[in-house]
Design a protein around this ligand. Structure first.
Ligand SMILES: Cc1cc2nc3c(=O)[nH]c(=O)nc-3n(C[C@H](O)[C@H](O)[C@H](O)COP(=O)(O)OP(=O)(O)OC[C@H]3O[C@@H](n4cnc5c(N)ncnc54)[C@H](O)[C@@H]3O)c2cc1C
Ligand code: FES
Length: 280
């Protein structure tokens, strides 16, 4: 059981919570994640660590409401207890002095970038954080990333704040104007794919935090198989960070789509079995 100590609604679909987790917070490192079950009958879902505080014995999680489990978690309140939190899982992000680093966060991805970016800054890097959204009212985490970043660049599709365009346009501009030595992206697969395609011609090492379907998170079930550099790897035990230039993005996205199609099929079967034919 992990009690929710604080809760903040960041956006209509994003909730930040601080939870009690004394044991995990002592061992956790930036880039790792936990597997969470909202209640005893719930599914297990992976969530990245957005804050790690061993002094307080707490962890911060940012949840994007997508389906059943994320909605259940987002609906919980201060004082409620999350049934299970297991971790820390996965490898930590390699923190070194790379020089000039650019960090790109999309959706919930800006949140786990916080502990990674802070550690990179402490290791001596010049940190540029790049965030984007369709429009200014959907932007999150600008202030938080500004706490340690040398610069936060903003892009919006409609030009309501910062550069008019995508995060990859802001990244390209930063590479050409100031130079970038190392890049990390966390967010939807399509965004990480295009960040990797943007940096490839410049030969800039690009880390991505992959989000395949995970079940046990311990390398036992094989659900999180990804292909990296032609080798089959497990997102949970070999990752979640991988070299974005070597990831087979087509396969990753096809596996994510299969899951959605299976969900749709399950729902159709359910309706076929449960709904009287006259109402189908
Ligand atoms: C290493 C890792 C870290 C993540 N960190 C965060 C985070 O910090 N915040 C956040 O909001 N989300 C994070 N995610 C994504 C999050 O796990 C999914 O959004 C969540 O599982 C959706 O579950 P659901 O029941 O709400 O939605 P569902 O309706 O069950 O599924 C909606 C979509 O979510 C994804 N998904 C569903 N189940 C899983 C699963 N077991 N593993 C991975 N993806 C799944 C699939 O793409 C699916 O199509 C992370 C995923 C991974 C792999
Ligand atoms: S989640 Fe089961 S092997 Fe990775």
């Amino acid at each position: 059981m992990a009690k929710i100590l604080e809760k903040q609604v960041l956006r209509f679909d994003l909730v930040a919570v601080k939870i009690e987790a004394p044991e995990i917070s002592k061992k956790a490192k930036p880039g790792q994640f936990v597997i969470v079950r909202a209640d005893e009958v719930g599914e297990r879902i992976p969530l990245s660590l957005a804050r790690i505080s061993p002094e307080e014995g707490t962890l911060g999680l940012v949840i994007q409401t997508i389906g059943v489990t994320s909605s259940k978690l987002a609906a919980m309140d201060v004082g409620d207890e999350i049934s299970d939190v297991a971790g820390p899982m996965g490898h930590a992000t390699p923190i070194e002095n790379y020089g000039k680093v650019a960090l790109l966060g999309g959706g919930f991805g800006a949140a786990p970038m916080y502990p990674i970016g802070k550690a990179l800054k402490e290791a001596g890097n010049t940190v540029t954080s790049i965030i984007g959204a369709r429009s200014v009212d959907l932007l999150v985490y600008e202030k938080e990333l500004g706490e340690f970043s040398d610069k936060v660049l903003v892009s919006t599709d409609d030009g309501s704040k910062g550069l008019k365009g995508l995060v990859t346009d802001a990244l390209k501009q930063e590479i050409e104007e100031n130079g970038v030595d190392w890049v990390m992206a966390i967010g939807p697969a399509i965004m990480m794919k295009f960040v990797s395609l943007t940096t490839k011609p410049y030969n800039i090492k690009t880390f991505v935090s992959l989000n395949p379907i995970m079940v046990d998170g311990t390398g036992m079930c094989g659900a999180c198989r990804v292909s990296v550099g032609g080798k089959t790897m497990f997102g949970c035990t070999d990752g979640p960070d991988f070299d974005g230039h070597l990831v087979d993005w087509g396969l990753l996205m096809a596996r994510q789509r299969t899951y959605l199609e299976e969900e749709k099929l399950a729902m159709e079967n359910y309706l076929c079995n449960c709904v009287p034919s006259a109402t189908k």
